[in-house]
Each structure stands twice: as structure tokens, then as C-alpha cells.
Design a protein around this ligand. Structure first.
Ligand SMILES: *[C@@H]1O[C@H](CO)[C@@H](O)[C@H](O)[C@H]1NC(C)=O
Ligand SMILES: *[C@@H]1O[C@H](CO)[C@@H](O)[C@H](O)[C@H]1NC(C)=O
Ligand SMILES: *[C@@H]1O[C@H](CO)[C@@H](O)[C@H](O)[C@H]1NC(C)=O
Ligand SMILES: *[C@@H]1O[C@H](CO)[C@@H](O)[C@H](O)[C@H]1NC(C)=O
Length: 524
């Protein structure tokens, strides 16, 4: 609906006059384009030509403002009529370079500032800028991934599967399909606690329709939750596809794998014929003390088939009521503990740490984590409630354009902005005078915050810049792949977001005067 930026929309303007005007402009541009290089275009010549791959015709950069698109955003995000708006095309150049956590550019992001526009009656055009040119590493896109080495197991309820807040199916499709409705070869064994046959059938039909290679089974709430979790492993081992798999993976229904090529490439550094238990700790050492030194399952736990075979055979003796009692550290019996005990008490296998998996036991504003330039292999606990809230599915859409490695990559511009690609566009009006290689500690561990319990895993964090007048951020709300293959990202900043304020004397001041939208369009 209503994007101002697809070629389709440009070709169907709202009235005949704009159509004629547009065609005339377009022809003039095409004509000029044949005569002179792009760099020689007059500065204020709006329809600059950009070559977009897989599009046979040159693709005009679109600086028009589409009021229906803006009104939809207004509705969804509760914006006022008058807003500050800016749009920038970002042209990525795939190069044979390593992924940089932060790349400094010698250009401004918004050299002409923001346009003050009225959403009910926007001007025809927004400020039209040349694309910002950014280097990115060569990295593959989801459509070429072959993940048939992996079989995943998830246990959840029909309610969580279908409720607005928790429905994970789109996210699952991100890591289980090619992004285009076809399985990427990975399998999913889904267990629905106490689901009816109709619910199981409906879930299977819908997910299969999305391209997910899924088998859906019933499980019973009369089994202790921790034992139910442990029993996923024998179920994965039992699956008819096991012989062609290298790793059996247990994760939660709110685990997200943004970059499957990278995940596979990291897993390929292990010998899958060995007995392997691969995962990561909680970021919070307090949780390791409380629950034990083990894989925290929300980050994803990877078993080689030989170890899975052993554990599957041990299931009965590892899930006795005595074992279940032992797995209770005061927070109810824990599946992660039951699993660790089963492995550690019966084999010599110990956890192989894969630190780029993330359990994310963090609460509050997660910005500091997502703005740290990391390249996470998994993310977890981002659906709000007790833990933090973030939109990694929307964030990861950009990999369909610039490749896996560009998700959460940072670009710093001369006018003191940092784009954390797929999370935020942040402005630092007093300068970037802090250590960008340390996480801004905007979040906290739970339930206990000793001030240092995240430091071992995440490194000591720098001070939060909220409420200091030193940072304003537009945060990603939605993103989508457009018809021409470009990715449109919409970042929003709300006037009533108190983080972007500062104190003078007894008074608090806002750093901005209006709600704001920043749109970035990633083009090749
Ligand atoms: C892009 O190119 C591929 C192969 O050249 C073709 O199969 C596909 O249909 C094209 N996509 C679009 C959107 O034109
Ligand atoms: C779920 O989302 C839809 C569409 O956004 C909305 O109409 C509906 O009221 C929501 N349901 C709940 C239970 O929040
Ligand atoms: C399946 O899809 C239908 C139609 O879109 C929807 O109404 C229903 O809630 C979906 N059910 C599940 C389990 O996803
Ligand atoms: C595994 O398969 C065997 C044989 O088909 C069956 O007896 C057993 O119950 C299955 N176990 C699980 C955990 O699914």
C-alpha cells in the first residue's frame, strides 16, 4: 500500500497533469542521461537516474510525497499532522572487504536538514538528495541459502502462535525460507501444547503455505514443561529427515536467526561427526550463577547428530521426577538445566560456546545492544513483556538488498548521524565524542542489576545518552522489499519520547519540535 517510492506508484500518479509532468521530466532526464554523466546534472534536477540491477530501464529516484502513505504511518504510529520528514537513498557498493562494525563516511546524511510537512496536505516533493554511497562487504542474500543441514524444534501453544503480540510465523519464514515463499531446506518440528487436531491442521496449512517445511505435533501440558523441552531432542532425532541433517537445533518460539548463510558458515567450522553441544550463556552472569553453566535455549542450542542419538537414548533416565526436581533452582524446573545435566552427567561432552548467538536477557530500552554494530547469529526475548522490545524481522529485511552482513552495520556521517542499519538512525548534535566500540548501556539485566553483571559477556557499557541532549534517534518501525528489489525502511521519532530531552536548571527541554519520520531506501 501507498509507498511513494515504487516505480509502480510513480507511473500511476493521482491526476493527468502530474502524469504528463512526470513523463516529460522523465523523458528529459533520459535524454540528458544519454548526453552527460550523472555527476554533471544540475544540482536541483530532481529525477536523477539510478541504475538498479534486474530492472531493464533506468530507475528514477522518487522524491515525491505520497499523502496516503504518510497518513497510514500517522495512523499506525500516532503522529501529529505536522512532522519533520527526510528521505535518503542509500546506494550500497558490494566490495571485497571485511564487515566493519562502523564505517565513517565523509558526507552528510541530511545536508539540508528536515522538511516540515503537513501530513494532511504534504507538498509534492521532499528535499531531493543524491544517494549516499556506502561500501558493504560482499555477503549473500537469503534467496541462495541451502539450510537442509538443519532441523529445528520449537514448542509453543496455539495461542502464542496466533496472537498479535507473539505470532512468530513471519519470523520463522525469514530463517526457514528463501524469503520468497519457498523452503530453504531447513525443517521445523513444531509441538503445540494441548492443541486440537483442527488447530494443528490449521497451523500446518498456514505455515506450509508460507513455504515452511514444518511438521506439527500435539504435546500434552500434563508432562512437566522441562521434560517436554528435553523430549524435543528425541523427537528431532526420530524425524525421518534426520539422516540428511548435520545439526538438530532447539530454540524458543521467540528466537530469531537473521542471517542463515552466516549461521551455516559458522557451524561448518565444527566437525558435525563429533559429539557436539553448541550454544551460548545468558549475558547476565547472575543467571549463570543461578541456573548453571549451560546453553541458554532461547539463543538456540545446536546438537550434532551423534550427541543427539546418545541423549535421545537417555531420555527416560534424564527425565525422572528426581531429575526434574534437581533442575529446579527456585524458578521452577528448567529445561535448559535438565538438558545440561543429562549431557554432563552421562557424557564427557561440554558446551561449545558460540558467542554470536544471543539469549538477550535484557530489559528496558535495548538500543545500546542493537546499535553496537554487532553481527548477531541469533536474537531472542524481543517481544516485550518482561524482556525488551525490538523489531528484528523488520530490521533484517534490508539483507534482501545489501546482503546478510549489512544488517546492524553502522555508518557514521559527517553531520554526526549514525545509521544502525535496520534498527535506528541516531543524531548526536554535540558530536560523536564517545567510544563507539562500547555498548551504550540503555538496558539492564533482570531481576538483579548489580551494575556489572552484563559486563563479562557484553563488555563494560558506556553511559546512556538518553535525557542528556546529546542523542536523538529515529527507530525502525517497518521495512519492506519493494518491487524493484530496493528496501524501504521507515524510522520514527515521537515528540513525546522523553529520552530525547535535556535539563537546564529545573526545566526539561525537548530536543525536537515535532514528531519525525526518516525514510531510507537501500538501492544497489
Ligand atoms: C530478475 O532476474 C532474474 C534472472 O535474471 C529473473 O528470473 C527475475 O524474474 C527478475 N526479477 C524481476 C523482478 O524482474
Ligand atoms: C490484532 O490486530 C488486528 C489488526 O491490527 C486488530 O484489528 C485486532 O484488534 C488485534 N487483536 C488483538 C487481540 O489485539
Ligand atoms: C491461518 O490463515 C487464516 C487466513 O489468513 C487466518 O485467519 C488464521 O488465523 C491462520 N491461522 C493460523 C494458525 O495461523
Ligand atoms: C521415536 O520413534 C520410535 C519408533 O517409531 C517410537 O517408538 C518413539 O516413541 C519415538 N520417540 C519420540 C520421542 O518421538
Amino acid at each position: 500500500m501507498g509507498s511513494p517510492m515504487t516505480a509502480g506508484n510513480i507511473l500511476t500518479p493521482r491526476n493527468a497533469f502530474t502524469r504528463v509532468l512526470f513523463l516529460a521530466t522523465f523523458c528529459a532526464v533520459l535524454f540528458l542521461y544519454t548526453l552527460r554523466p550523472i555527476a554533471d546534472h544540475p544540482r536541483n534536477f530532481h529525477q536523477e537516474i539510478i541504475a538498479v540491477s534486474n530492472v531493464t530501464q533506468p530507475h528514477p529516484r522518487d522524491c515525491s510525497l505520497d499523502s496516503s502513505h504518510l497518513q497510514l504511518l500517522q495512523q499506525k504510529y500516532g503522529l501529529e499532522d505536522d512532522i519533520d520528514y527526510a528521505r535518503r537513498y542509500v546506494r550500497f557498493h558490494r566490495q571485497d572487504i571485511k564487515r566493519q562494525s562502523i564505517t565513517k563516511l565523509d558526507k552528510d546524511l541530511f545536508p539540508k536538514g528536515f522538511d516540515r510537512i503537513n501530513i494532511q496536505n504534504p507538498p509534492m516533493k521532499t528535499t531531493c538528495l543524491k544517494p549516499l554511497e556506502v561500501p558493504v562487504p560482499n555477503s549473500p542474500s537469503p534467496k541462495t541459502v541451502d539450510a537442509s543441514d538443519l532441523l529445528f524444534g520449537v514448542s509453543t501453544t496455539f495461542k502464542r502462535l496466533t496472537s498479535n503480540d507473539t505470532n512468530p510465523m513471519k519470523e520463522w519464514a525469514h530463517w526457514l525460507t528463501d524469503g520468497n515463499g519457498k523452503s530453504n531446506g531447513a525443517g521445523l518440528v513444531l509441538r503445540l501444547v494441548d492443541a486440537t487436531n483442527e488447530e494443528i491442521q490449521e497451523a500446518k496449512t498456514n505455515m506450509t503455505g508460507m513455504g515452511i517445511d514444518v511438521k506439527v505435533y500435539h504435546s500434552s501440558s500434563s508432562d512437566e514443561m522441562a521434560a517436554r523441552y528435553l523430549s524435543l531432542l528425541p523427537a528431532l532425532y526420530n524425524d525421518s529427515s534426520r539422516k540428511s541433517r548435520k545439526f538438530l537445533v532447539m530454540c524458543d518460539d521467540d528466537t530469531f536467526f537473521p542471517s542463515v548463510h552466516s549461521l551455516l558458515s559458522r557451524l561448518s567450522t565444527y566437525d558435525h561427526k563429533e559429539e557436539l553441544y553448541i550454544g551460548t550463556f545468558s549475558e547476565d552472569v547472575n543467571n549463570i550463577q543461578r541456573h548453571g553453566s549451560q546453553a541458554f535455549g532461547g539463543a538456540g542450542v545446536f546438537f550434532s547428530v551423534p550427541l543427539a542419538e546418545k541423549i535421545a537414548a537417555l531420555y527416560d533416565q534424564c527425565s525422572t521426577s528426581e531429575k526434574i526436581t534437581e533442575s529446579n533452582t527456585g524458578w521452577g524446573p528448567q529445561g535448559d538445566i535438565l538438558l545440561r545435566k543429562c549431557i554432563y552427567e552421562n557424557t564427557e561432552v561440554r558446551l561449545s560456546m558460540l558467542r554470536d548467538l544471543h539469549q538477550l536477557d535484557i530489559q528496558g530500552d535495548p538500543a545500546g545492544f542493537y546499535e553496537a554494530g554487532l553481527f548477531p547469529l541469533s536474537l531472542h526475548h524481543f517481544k516485550g513483556g518482561f524482556w525488551h522490545e525490538a523489531k528484528p524481522y523488520a530490521g533484517a529485511q534490508v539483507i534482501h538488498a545489501c546482503g546478510e552482513a549489512c544488517f546492524l552495520q553502522r555508518f557514521q556521517t559527517k553531520d554526526n548521524f549514525i545509521i544502525s542499519n535496520g534498527y535506528s538512525v541516531a543524531q548526536y548534535p554535540k558530536g560523536i565524542n564517545f567510544n563507539v566500540h562500547q555498548m551504550e548501556r540503555t538496558f539492564k539485566p533482570a531481576p538483579d542489576d548489580y551494575g556489572w553483571n552484563l559486563d563479562f559477556m557484553l563488555g563494560p557499557g558506556r553511559k546512556s545518552l538518553a535525557y542528556t541532549g546529546r542523542k536523538v534517534a529515529w527507530e525502525l518501525k517497518e521495512a519492506r522489499v519493494q518491487e524493484d528489489g530496493s528496501v524501504l525502511q521507515t524510522y520514527v521519532r515521537k515528540l513525546d519520547d522523553r529520552r530525547w530531552s535535556y535539563q537546564e536548571g529545573n526545566n526539561w527541554y525537548r530536543m525536537m519540535e515535532k514528531d519525525g519520520i526518516v525514510e531510507l531506501v537501500w538501492i544497489p
